[in-house]
Design a protein around this ligand. Sequence first.
Ligand code: SF4
Ligand code: SF4
Length: 218
Amino acid sequence: MIITRQKPFQEILKNVEGKKKIFLIGCALCATTCKTGGIDQLESFKCALVEEGKDVVGLAVPDPTCNLLEIKRLYREKKNEINFSDVIISLSCGGGAQAISEIITDIEIVSGNDTLFQGEITKIAPKESRFDQKCSLCGECILTSTGAVCPVTRCPKGLLNGPCGGVKNGKCETDNELDCVWLKIYDRLKKFDRVNEMKEIKLPKDHSKNKFPQSLIF
Ligand code: SF4
Ligand code: SF4
């Protein structure tokens, strides 16, 4: 899932300075789960904008916003309201905002969310949710050799051969709240009688596999 965080309201407001009519677009998938762009957040965002004297001409929550076909459908269905607006505020991820700009080319887009990382849902609750980054999409997965625990992402140094000398009482030297992920890798490999594999030196990864931008066609 793509994890987003809403930008401070005043920052978004500054970015729509001088624009009166606003159309809001959230996302029914990740941004809804993150509570940054679901229907509830759009409704309260609309109220906040109205209090600031803005005119919210419409809102939509495509499912999902990063699907160009969904944006085409939205534009067909709500062309009049969208074309009537001075600006669109996207409360989706960066991919969603760009999908909007691909299809709705004549209206300025303001991105209301910061896109943070691809994350795991650890906890979803009304008062507190938690998302954790476990994979940084490196393009060359080594999980089979590390007991399905990713050091590329979960070791702050991204060490392929660990642990380093800085581990203390099971915690990482860069953050004493963080468990050293290489101890977790050790425990996992031990469970499957594969600890010996930790002695094999892993060669540097091929970083050309996560160059940007990428496309996959099949
Ligand atoms: S090695 Fe880690 S960062 Fe790379 S694809 Fe696998 S889980 Fe993701
Ligand atoms: S203590 Fe562990 S998690 Fe922290 S940098 Fe060293 S190997 Fe990585």
